[in-house]
Ligand binder design. Structure first.
Ligand code: AMP
Length: 426
């Protein structure tokens, strides 16, 4: 069913058209009528399925024009970046209405946010910590709330916010609509849903633990000492528009970014130790195409939506299989095609197997054609096995540390059947 048949007002449909959406995605098809009906909803939907619009559009429809007392809608998000993204979606979808939104998150001053709350914003999109501050100082009351959205609940649980989330839920009026989104709904998350929801409609989009179908992913086995060289070689041989490189540690992210800059790439860095201003500038620069590569840690990059990320490269194996799914979800969002490569050392073979069990699929192992796998290993860069001394050779600008700069400029679709060098599988 097209957007104009889902029961949305023409002011909202106009905004959808302006955004360039064609057909509703499956979660939008299923969730929009439920939200419009006023029922509670629990949706397990993997990242990139279009779930933001699935709740933002019908919420705006239900709100009607700006009205006091405020706020009438509260959306809780696990990270600042996600909150900013969801706030922007509400602004875009509500551009032909007079509805006001406020974005509340940490890392920036309180003044402007306090003002926005004071003036009366219909919709508040917030991260948990800063919202708790405002609730405690009574700059915000939730008595008039009509709709509560708990987004990415699995991540809020991982990040240790669940008790605060429960406190916030208990401050909301009993009579309200609650919408609950989580990539997966294991028993501990279901328990939170039972606490927050009344007789919900359940929607599951896709297999809960699958990676985005449009993403082709691959493992590139490599020794630790050649990892950075392989990263450079992959970047060089790949037809990418924009690449997200994930590392486990903030320190590792900084080091890899520096090395990539030295090799002539334009690079942004996104991690939790950077100031809010730096994080915003990095993300904006990456979205605008000013930087071709962004190096990020998991928490900072969770859920961020960058249209046109053509590749994700896992420099380090993610900490949990769940993170793998989320990292990979950055590409291939809403059916674009993206590739995801993971550089894995023989020591990480077990982690790879865990990911494969989790996603219930075998990830093809590839070798990059033309890359000199026998090159003398150099000091490892980044990751958990940070090199802490000695000389780093051969990794200056353009040398690629043995990357074997090849003139081939083709996409590195290597042949399946690469193997671990030692101590790994098979
Ligand atoms: P989300 O899962 O909400 O983060 O959305 C992922 C991406 O898909 C965002 O860039 C959305 O703007 C985009 N998107 C959502 N719904 C649609 C749609 N019906 N048609 C095309 N793109 C969409």
């Amino acid at each position: 069913m097209p957007f104009n048949k889902l029961g949305l007002y023409s002011s909202i449909v106009r905004a959808i058209t302006a955004k360039g959406y064609g057909e509703p995605t499956p979660i939008q098809q299923q969730a929009i009528p439920v939200v419009l009906s006023g029922r509670d909803l629990i949706a397990s939907a993997q990242t990139g399925t279009g779930k933001t619009a699935a709740f933002a559009l019908p919420i705006l429809n239900r709100l009607g024009p700006h009205k006091l007392p405020a706020p009438r809608v509260l959306v809780l998000e696990p990270t600042r970046e996600l909150a900013a993204q969801v706030d922007e979606a509400f602004r875009e979808f509500g551009q032909f209405t007079d509805v006001r939104t406020a974005l509340i998150h940490g890392g920036v001053g309180y003044g402007a946010q306090r003002n926005a709350l004071h003036k009366g914003s219909d919709i508040v999109v917030a991260t948990v910590g800063r919202l708790m501050d405002f609730l405690q100082e009574r700059a915000l009351r939730l008595d008039n709330l009509q709709v509560l959205v708990l987004d990415e609940v699995d991540r809020m649980l991982d990040m240790g916010f669940i008790n605060d989330v429960k406190t916030i839920v208990s401050l909301c009026p009993k009579k309200r609509q609650t919408l609950f989104f989580s990539a997966t709904v294991p028993p501990e998350i279901d328990a939170i849903a039972r606490f927050a929801l009344t007789d919900p409609v359940r929607i599951a989009i896709g297999r809960a633990r699958s990676v985005n179908e449009s993403v082709t992913h691959a493992i590139y086995p490599v020794s630790q000492g050649l990892k950075f060289a392989l990263l450079l070689a992959l970047l060089e041989k790949t037809n990418f528009n924009s690449v997200l490189v994930f590392t486990r540690t903030k320190h590792g992210a900084d080091k890899i970014a520096l090395r990539l800059k030295e090799a002539g790439h334009s690079v942004a860095v996104l991690h939790g130790n950077r100031s809010q201003g730096q994080r915003t500038a990095a993300l904006k620069g990456f979205k605008d195409g000013k930087y071709e590569v962004m190096v990020a840690t998991d928490i900072a990059a969770r859920g961020i939506d960058v249209a046109g990320v053509s590749h994700v490269i896992n420099y380090d194996i993610p900490m949990t299989p769940d993170d793998y799914v989320h990292r990979i979800g950055r590409t291939g969002r809403a059916a674009a095609v993206g590739d995801a490569f993971t550089l894995a050392t023989p020591q990480e073979a077990n982690d790879v197997r865990q990911i494969e069990r989790f996603i219930k699929a075998t990830i093809p192992q590839l070798k990059l054609e033309g890359f000199d796998y026998k090159a003398v290993p150099v000091a490892p860069v980044g990751g958990d096995s940070d090199y802490r001394g000695g000389r780093r050779q051969g990794q200056g600008r353009g040398s690629g540390g043995g990357a074997g700069r090849s003139s081939a400029a083709h996409h590195p679709k290597g042949k399946p059947g690469g193997h671990w060098h030692s101590g790994g599988r098979r």
